[in-house]
Design a protein around this ligand. Structure first.
Ligand SMILES: NC(=O)c1ccc[n+]([C@@H]2O[C@H](COP(=O)([O-])OP(=O)(O)OC[C@H]3O[C@@H](n4cnc5c(N)ncnc54)[C@H](OP(=O)(O)O)[C@@H]3O)[C@@H](O)[C@H]2O)c1
Length: 347
């Protein structure tokens, strides 16, 4: 697909990275004209929230609408809050486990729900279950008549045969491990309230958003650059440029429905061996492998997403080139590995 935004050859610094990642495409600018103010983004202080909120705000300004974008989080990382405010996004600090704080949230017709907890679940599962079940219940009770786009994960599926199309939205949600099962619970809580209150909800089962500061491509590139062997067992994955994922998350508001829809959200399937070899070529590094490709992997079929939202605009080759350049020039990293190799569901 030809992107309707010119992609740079390289990304040199965080300012440029955020500029590229939050530059709205015409399709999003048009969509913003259909929204009422404010747009509430919950769990906005994490890896995706800041770029998502800034994209929404830039699209609203470009559309000439006066949509307030309000980012809500505990803001454990205060720098996220500062970045948001610098870009005209309003922020509100709240612990969404606390029902009194939830009552204080402003009314909003449109809500994007990003709250989640994954890493650390294996050692201490209780907070993961609490965040993934109690917070959705609090939010659904507070916003029974709002359209809600709720982020879920491709981890809700069990591993799929690599010879098949990948997991589809109607497949049984029988994954391994407490994180993934808590993510299934998150979906079911949204489903319960959608049924009970006729709340329009869409669940987006995202697999691997990639940024230059974190993500599966950063993890693989780091190994290639360090000349460490790449374990091929989890031999395939899907990933999507975070800017494209953010855009699709916002546009999914149009798909929210009381009969609760779920949609896989990711990019085309990648073979780990091919990706690592391409990174090796770009970085002029030899690539070593270990292990054998298993006959299953965490894979999503994106047919439905492509029908509803189109294909992601940013191609893998550009993202690989940016990632290699970023790491070779010591670009800032979040230090949050994806652990994409995990096959037993223990995160
Ligand atoms: N990034 C990916 O590749 C990916 C892949 C699959 C699925 N997802 C899903 O997409 C969503 C967004 O992804 P992400 O990578 O941005 O996740 P993330 O980095 O974990 O961000 C979620 C944020 O939610 C906030 N939060 C957690 N508990 C909260 C509470 N009690 N009250 C208020 N805020 C709370 C936290 O920020 P504060 O500390 O500021 O509160 C946290 O950083 C997640 O739900 C995840 O399941 C992401």
């Amino acid at each position: 697909m030809t992107p309707d935004i010119l992609l740079p050859e390289r990304i040199e610094n965080e300012e440029q990275l955020d500029e590229v990642m939050t530059r709205p495409r015409p399709i999003l600018i048009e969509f913003m004209k259909t929204l009422e103010s404010p747009l509430l983004i919950l769990g906005a202080g994490g890896k995706m929230g800041p770029t998502l909120a800034i994209l929404a705000r830039r699209a609203a300004v470009a559309a000439g609408t006066d949509i307030d974008v309000i980012a809500v989080s505990r803001f454990s990382d205060p720098s996220a809050r500062a970045v948001l405010e610098k870009h005209g996004v309003r922020t509100q600090s709240a612990d969404l486990l606390d029902r009194d704080s939830v009552k204080e949230l402003p009314d909003a017709r449109n809500v994007l729900y990003l709250v989640g907890l994954k890493f650390g679940t294996a050692e201490n599962p209780a907070p993961t279950w609490a965040i993934n079940t109690l917070v959705p219940a609090n939010i659904c009770e507070r916003f029974p008549r709002s359209r809600i786009v709720a982020l879920s994960t491709g981890n809700v599926y069990p591993l799929a045969k690599v010879t098949g199309p990948g997991s589809r939205e109607g497949d049984p949600l029988t994954p391994l491990g407490e994180y993934a099962n808590a993510a299934v619970a998150r979906e079911r809580i949204f489903g319960y309230f959608a049924q009970k209150n006729r709340t329009p909800v869409i669940l987006l089962r995202l697999s691997y958003a990639v940024d230059l500061r974190y993500g599966v491509l950063v993890d693989v590139t780091q190994k290639v650059l360090a000349e460490q062997p790449i374990d091929l067992t989890m031999g395939y994955f899907n990933c999507i440029w975070q800017g494209d994922a953010n855009e699709m998350i916002i546009r999914s508001l149009a798909l929210a429905d009381p009969s609760i829809v779920s949609l896989n959200l990711t990019g085309p399937r990648c073979r780990l061996r091919d990706v690592a070899e391409r990174i090796g070529e770009m970085a002029k590094k030899p690539v070593r492998f270990e292990g054998q490709e298993a006959d299953t992997a965490l894979l999503s079929d994106t047919t439905l997403m492509e029908q509803r939202l189109g294909r992601p605009a940013t191609d893998l080759e550009s993202v690989l080139r940016w990632t290699v350049h970023w790491l070779q020039h010591n670009g800032r990293l979040l230090g949050k590995p994806t652990h994409f190799e995990v096959r037993d569901g223990r995160y």
